[in-house]
Design a protein around this ligand. Structure first.
Ligand code: FAD
Length: 484
């Protein structure tokens, strides 16, 4: 089959029968028509349609090695640096469409599955059938253009103990039964973004298990359809308030729902299990298979598009009200320019220094990507701050679309015009600034980017512990020992 159209994606979603709880309602049919999911599902549908658009098809697709049908380029196993660049071109084509605000476009999980599919030998350390299972699942996802999300961490009940120690080990998702034909799982995982509008849920290793035998029931990787019996999603309230694309330009298009994933005796058939009962291997799931590197390559590419969007928005705002000549405004714009250029440099450096791994996959340089993923969550917090600072009371002197189209228009024309924009144009621009800097949608975006790869504090610790600092320390010691 290969690439799907947006219509095919929406029809499949509407035919699914998940258990999605939102605002006191259980939604289990026609999910793509529910007000909380309708618009974002249509934004995702546009991504699918772009694959068929002659203007983007070449960038977004490649012929499947098994069928010759066109499939998404994020499934391409990189064997050369050119393949990595090819992947980046596809990723940035989608990212530029949403300006990086769709954080769970399919290419994110596709990147993970692509790397995992090559790691047969690594999976064979536990059982060769796991390697075969992930390879088959990857091929199935590629040929059916599946949209997946993932859920990794245990519920946030008591972080001073491990997930497996909470409520006698009953709280976090765990294996309750091992059968001939599969496993049964109960408990919960903290969060799964876009769960209600995805086809599949990847329940992948919970970050940093203790590696002791007691953690075995919590150590697994598997995939399930989003409407499998016993799986419930508990959503937060939507951050889209029902406004028009004029009034809520970002939330009305890109509000990606987050949901708690609850497993109530969910059966997982053997062929969809990729790892079982092996905490040590689960802890190395992303690093040793190359999945972490390909996923981060996708994320850094997406976030470049987002940084560029904020640079563009800040520049438009500054111009519109004549503050672009002030030094501190220029200093902030310079900061955004530097962020864009650093992001681009990091992703390209990761490609330039890529190396083939044991499985013959061209792996972008991990230490470079690791620096990028530790850096971006922090600098991304500055973006809305800069937009707020530039816009000031312009974010409050801000009527809506209905006012622009009412008798108030005369006042808007007169009092809300900008230096370079008419009143209605300026209102439209500042609505975008509002949605990018102080709306509920923007607050979630900041939180999302901050915690994207996990807790930045512990990520920094992991960076320190894994980065080879010995050569630079040796240089300092050598310098201290110099006699002249
Ligand atoms: C918008 C959004 C979407 C998300 N989507 C997904 C998703 O699709 N799939 C998914 O799997 N996850 C998702 N996550 C979860 C994300 O992976 C976590 O937010 C991240 O791993 C941090 O975990 P936590 O939120 O449980 O924070 P916690 O671990 O509970 O941390 C809370 C605070 O306590 C501190 N803290 C806790 N433990 C320690 C410690 N041992 N040492 C030092 N400090 C500590 C942290 O620094 C932090 O300040 C999402 C999160 C957000 C915010």
């Amino acid at each position: 089959m290969g690439i799907r159209t947006g219509r095919q994606y929406l029809d499949k979603l509407n035919a699914m029968t998940p258990h999605v709880v939102i605002d006191g309602e259980v939604v289990s049919e026609k999910i793509a028509e529910h007000p909380a999911f309708r618009n974002v599902a249509r934004s995702y549908a546009k991504l699918f349609d772009m694959q068929h658009d002659p203007a983007h098809q070449e960038a977004l697709t490649y012929p499947s090695p098994s069928t010759g049908d066109l499939v998404n380029a994020s499934f391409l196993v990189p064997r050369t640096v050119e393949d990595l660049q090819r992947r980046r071109r596809a990723i940035s084509t989608w990212a530029e469409f949403s300006n990086g605000f769709l954080g769970r476009s399919g290419d994110y999980m596709n990147s993970s599955l692509t790397a995992l599919s090559t790691a047969q030998k690594w999976f064979a350390q536990a059982d060769p059938k796991f390697g075969e299972n992930i390879r088959n699942y990857y091929e199935w996802a590629r040929e059916n253009d599946v949209l997946a999300t993932h859920t990794l961490i245990p519920p946030q009940v008591n972080r001073s103990v491990s997930g497996s120690e909470q409520m006698g080990g009953q709280l976090t998702a765990h294996i309750v039964e091992e059968r001939e034909d599969g496993i049964v799982v109960s408990g919960a995982r903290m969060l799964a973004t876009i769960a209600p509008i995805a086809d599949e849920l990847l329940v992948f290793p919970s970050t940093v298990l203790r590696g002791t035998p007691e953690d075995a029931p919590y150590s697994f990787a598997f995939a399930i359809p989003n409407d499998v019996p016993g799986l419930r999603y508990l959503c937060r309230t939507s951050l889209y308030n029902g406004g028009s694309t004029h009034d809520e330009p970002l939330a009305s298009r890109y509000e990606e729902m987050d949901a708690v994933a609850i497993f109530d005796n969910v059966f997982v058939p053997s062929e969809r299990i990729f790892m079982l009962g092996n905490p040590q291997l689960c802890n190395a799931f992303y690093t040793e298979t190359g999945a972490g590197a390909l996923m981060t390559h996708q994320v850094v590419t997406r976030t470049i598009a987002k940084s560029e969007f904020f640079l563009g928005l800040a520049s438009e705002l500054a111009d519109s009200i004549g503050i672009d000549g002030f030094q501190h405004i220029q200093e902030d714009i310079a900061e955004l320019i530097i962020d864009v250029e650093i992001g681009k440099a990091l992703v390209r450096a990761s490609e330039a220094d890529a190396q083939l791994n044991e499985a013959g996959m061209m792996l972008p340089k991990w230490s470079t990507l690791n620096a990028a993923r530790n850096w971006y969550p922090k600098i991304a917090q500055r973006f809305p701050q800069i937009i707020r600072k530039f816009s000031a009371s312009g974010l409050m002197a801000l009527p809506g679309e209905a006012d622009v189209n009412s008798e108030a228009k005369a006042d808007i024309d007169t009092y809300l015009q900008g230096k370079t924009l008419t009143g209605p144009e300026r209102v439209r621009l500042f609505k975008l600034a509002f949605d990018a800097s102080i709306s509920g949608f923007s607050g979630r975006q900041s939180l999302y980017e901050y915690f994207f790869f996990g807790d930045p504090v512990r990520m920094a610790g992991a960076l320190v512990n894994t980065y080879d600092r010995e050569p630079v320390r040796a240089r300092v010691r050598e310098f201290l020992n110099r006699q002249e």
